[in-house]
Design a protein around this ligand. Structure first.
Ligand code: C2E
Ligand code: CA
Ligand code: CA
Length: 814
């Protein structure tokens, strides 16, 4: 710092001077310290570098003033009397150091206070002033009149820097005038003011001429009568400008700085002394790249104020620059807007990012995609887009609460980021929807593989939430640019469609987009409308699939919802149940299905010699809704359907989450006499051992195991194990999806209590069921004949007996 200071031209000039009393100061251990000093300074004050010499010469008050000014990095001016001689003291801030200069003055009266605050008198009439300067501006000679004004012998002014006599804010004009004549022989004109120790200010019109070495200045008191009031207000303006937190420059139309306040000097990193009268662009070349340069060059033509923003490349501080041009001067204010900028950036960040996960949001994604597609179009490379929707997120959110849901989303977003490369972008669209962009992907297979990795990352390991290990899945749709879509919107849409297909295909699945899918999004929207319409108008249809005991007798039927679309076709539940769950329509739909089924089976039962049971599917969403018990109670009351004939088929996902209110509702239903079973057993994560904590009476072994029987060893083992454990836990087992004789026989041999499947009876309409049951009820024409194959082999005693007791007897009326 010191070396840098000493190399500064101004400092070098002051320190090297034989005539000046000047020193470079710093604050050290709360005291002042002289880092360097001019020869004359040393002669007068001695060679000690600690503050003692300064204290001795200037007294306590002034040294304190200097100290605090230095400490604050600001400047200070004042006067002090030393051995009957008044000297003016100036301290200039210089990069944390202070440049102290002492110049002699001979005031006629003593200044009231040694401070920068001033009161102004009317200036005396002085006539013509003459100054003879060297090319450094040092006075070689001065006219008598100047001595009079300055209150000292004109000979005493010799060797003084003329700048010290110039009114501070006119220093720029003064220096420019000197520059103009320094190397020219022609005369130049200018105006600047001079000021004496009494703070009297004189406005003078000057004519300057130089011979290449010396300069002669001739000043005449300006024709304009300078009002003290005017000066006072200018003084006030100056003090405002100096105390301002804005950097301020007054610049003439050629770019010369004619005034700069302390902040302005700080901004340019140079003392005001070195800036005044200089061309701004020379002192601060970085400004040349700003609009300010343009504004100043244009200002001659226009008087329009200009405002723009600029970031200082040196310290990265943001400024708002306001330039107000007038006839011959441009006032420029630099306001530090870093804080505003920061909050602006924060706001922009917030607008572009999802606050929960910190991932880019939909807005950011579409901007990035726009850019990517533009480069991609140029480079003709493929880009993959993965559309990800979590499976089972809603259930977690509803059971464990939004806080845990949020935690889960954060955890998922981390896993997603972990799967992909840094150049890939992971964005969160909404809720549990995410998008990953894969620029420069070689092709389908690579994109598909990333999709698989995403599914694995999301689903393979559990999430630790609320002391539980929670599993969720992901459905991923993939679309490729440019093959599947050429614009952002279609690319997103097609990946979404593919994702929807992945959901349909049974979740935790990846699907590539293909054009045949493109109609299905529309289908989805249509379906939602149709579902809504059917529910509002109570037009859901029901099919019933018989459930039989090993003897082939229908002991119950499962009600399966059907939606008839506007074309009159039946839509399978696979297509509309997910939409019903997504939209919450499942609540109303579930209630309607239950009521319709109870009414119809209740009516059929009056015609049958032995009443049959009814099982109805219940979605996890219905369980979480909290109104299921009331709905069931209402339906049972309204239809008079016996509770013990009703079975509710529940899915594992919600049950396994141990939600207290769900558990209470299940107990209530159980106490009402309603039978509860676990549907699709074996596909989820439930373990048999957890089931005994729930008031559940049976499980429905999923079709996926049954269909591989009896030839796949794994399925055989699983089926046998499940059956053995279920028996041990006192749970009944129903086998689903029985299609072949071998399956049927194997299952009966293994001890299942009930069978259901296309091989025994397909789902049928209510009237078909009516006929079917009536036929079965004709004595001698027993259900065995309904079976596709020959009559099932009689099950081997014990196991089956116990099983039948479990399920079939349960379903029998008292
Ligand atoms: P689920 O509860 O597992 O119902 C059995 C599904 O398996 C039915 O399909 C049935 O037609 C089919 N199925 C029965 N036997 C066989 C067979 O031998 N082979 C094959 N391949 N399939 C067989 P559906 O009617 O399409 O229902 C599909 C799913 O939709 C149901 O699966 C159930 O989870 C859901 N669902 C149906 N109706 C409702 C309802 O009213 N409410 C709720 N929440 N879900 C329902
Ligand atoms: Ca079912
Ligand atoms: Ca099932």
């Amino acid at each position: 710092m010191l070396q840098q200071a000493l190399h500064d031209p101004l400092v070098a000039e002051l320190m090297g001077s034989h005539t000046r009393v000047s020193a470079l100061l710093t604050v050290h251990d709360e005291g002042l310290r002289t880092l360097s000093a001019s020869k004359h300074f040393r002669q007068l004050l001695g060679h000690s570098s600690d503050g003692q010499a300064l204290l001795a010469r200037y007294g306590q008050t002034i040294t304190d003033n200097l100290k605090s000014a230095l400490f604050e990095g600001s400047g200070w001016t004042g006067s002090v009397r030393i051995q009957a001689q008044w000297v003016s003291l100036r301290l200039l801030p210089w990069n944390g150091l202070g440049l102290l200069e002492e110049t002699p003055l001979q005031p006629k009266t003593e200044p009231a206070t040694p401070s920068a605050a001033v009161g102004l008198d009317f200036p005396p009439a002085v006539g013509t002033l003459v100054l003879h300067l060297n090319d450094q501006g040092i006075i070689l000679g001065a006219s008598e009149s100047l001595g009079v004004f300055m209150g000292q012998e004109s000979s005493e002014l010799k060797g003084v820097d003329a700048l010290n006599l110039v009114y501070r804010s006119d220093a720029g004009q003064f220096k420019r005038l000197l520059d103009q004549v320094k190397y020219r022989t022609t005369a130049s004109e200018g105006a600047f003011r001079m000021r004496n120790a009494d703070n009297q200010v004189l406005l003078l019109d000057w004519t300057a001429a130089g011979d290449g070495n010396d300069i002669i200045l001739v000043g005449r008191q300006s024709q304009h009568h300078v009002e003290a009031a005017l000066l006072q207000s200018e003084e006030r303006i100056n003090s405002i400008l100096e105390s301002m937190s804005d950097a301020f420059f007054a610049i003439d139309l050629h770019g010369h700085i004619s005034y700069v306040n302390a902040k302005g000097a700080e901004l340019l990193g140079k003392p005001a002394q070195l800036l005044l009268g200089r061309v701004l662009w020379d002192r601060a070349p970085q400004m040349k790249k700003t609009q300010l340069f343009h504004t100043i060059n244009q200002a001659k033509g226009s008087l329009q104020p200009e405002t723009f923003q600029w970031q200082n490349p040196q310290d990265e501080v943001w400024y708002q620059i306001k330039a107000y041009p007038s006839q011959d001067l441009i006032s420029v204010f630099f306001t530090d807007i870093s804080t505003i900028k920061r909050s602006e950036n924060n706001m922009r960040h917030q607008a572009m990012h999802d606050t929960l996960t910190g991932l880019p949001n939909r807005l950011a994604l579409s901007q990035v995609l726009d850019e990517l597609l533009n480069t991609q179009a140029v480079t003709q490379m493929n880009m993959g887009l993965l559309f990800i929707d979590l499976d089972g997120f809603k259930a977690v959110n509803d059971t464990l609460g939004h806080d845990k849901g949020d935690e889960l989303l954060i955890a998922v977003s981390k896993r997603l980021k972990g799967v992909v490369r840094n150049s890939d972008i992971v964005a969160r669209l909404s809720g549990d929807e995410f998008v990953i962009t894969l620029p420069y992907i070689p092709g389908h297979e690579a994109a598909f593989n990333v999709g698989r990795k995403v599914v694995d990352a999301v689903s393979k390991r559990p999430y630790e939430l609320a002391d539980k290990a929670i599993y969720i899945g992901a459905s991923v749709g993939v679309a490729l640019y440019p093959e599947d879509a050429q614009d952002v919107e279609s690319l997103l849409k097609h990946a979404d469609i593919a994702m929807y297909q992945a959901k349909q295909a049974g979740k935790n699945t990846v699907r590539m987009f293909h054009s045949a899918m493109s109609t299905s999004l529309q289908t989805k929207v249509n379906l939602e409308n149709e579902l809504h319409h059917a529910i509002v108008h109570d037009r859901m249809e029901l099919h019933y699939q018989p459930r039989m005991n090993p003897q082939g007798k229908v002991c119950a039927v499962e009600a399966l919802a059907r939606l008839r679309n506007t074309q009159g076709d039946l839509v399978a539940p696979l297509h509309f149940i997910p939409i019903a769950e997504e939209t919450g329509l499942i609540i109303a739909m579930g209630a309607q299905v239950l009521k319709k089924a109870c009414e119809w089976i209740g009516q059929l039962n009056t015609e049958l010699s032995e009443p049959i049971g009814l099982s109805v599917n219940v979605s996890g969403i219905q369980l979480l809704d909290g109104h299921l018990t009331q709905t069931v109670a209402d339906v049972l009351r309204d239809t008079g359907f016996p509770p013990h004939l009703l079975e509710l088929e529940l899915t594992e996902t919600v049950l396994m989450q141990n939600h207290e209110s769900v558990h209470e509702d299940l107990v209530t239903l159980h106490n009402m006499g309603v039978h509860l079973s676990i549907d699709d057993f074996g596909t989820g994560y439930s373990s048999l051992s957890m089931l005994h904590k729930l008031p559940v009476q049976s499980i429905k072994l999923d079709r996926s195991f049954v269909c591989e029987l009896p030839n796949t060893p794994d399925s055989v083992i699983i089926t046998r194990t499940v059956l053995a454990m279920a028996t041990a836990l006192g749970l009944g087992v129903v086998a689903e999806g029985v299609e072949t004789d071998e399956q049927r026989d194997f299952l009966i041999d293994s001890g299942v209590q009930e069978l259901q499947g296309f091989g025994l009876a397909k789902p049928m309409t209510d009237t078909d069921l009516h006929h079917f049951l009536k036929a079965q009820n004709i004595p001698g024409k027993l259900g065995l004949q309904v079976l596709a194959g020959p009559a099932p082999t009689q099950p081997s005693g014990q196991t089956l007996g116990a099983g039948i007791g479990q399920v079939v007897l349960d379903a029998k009326p008292n």
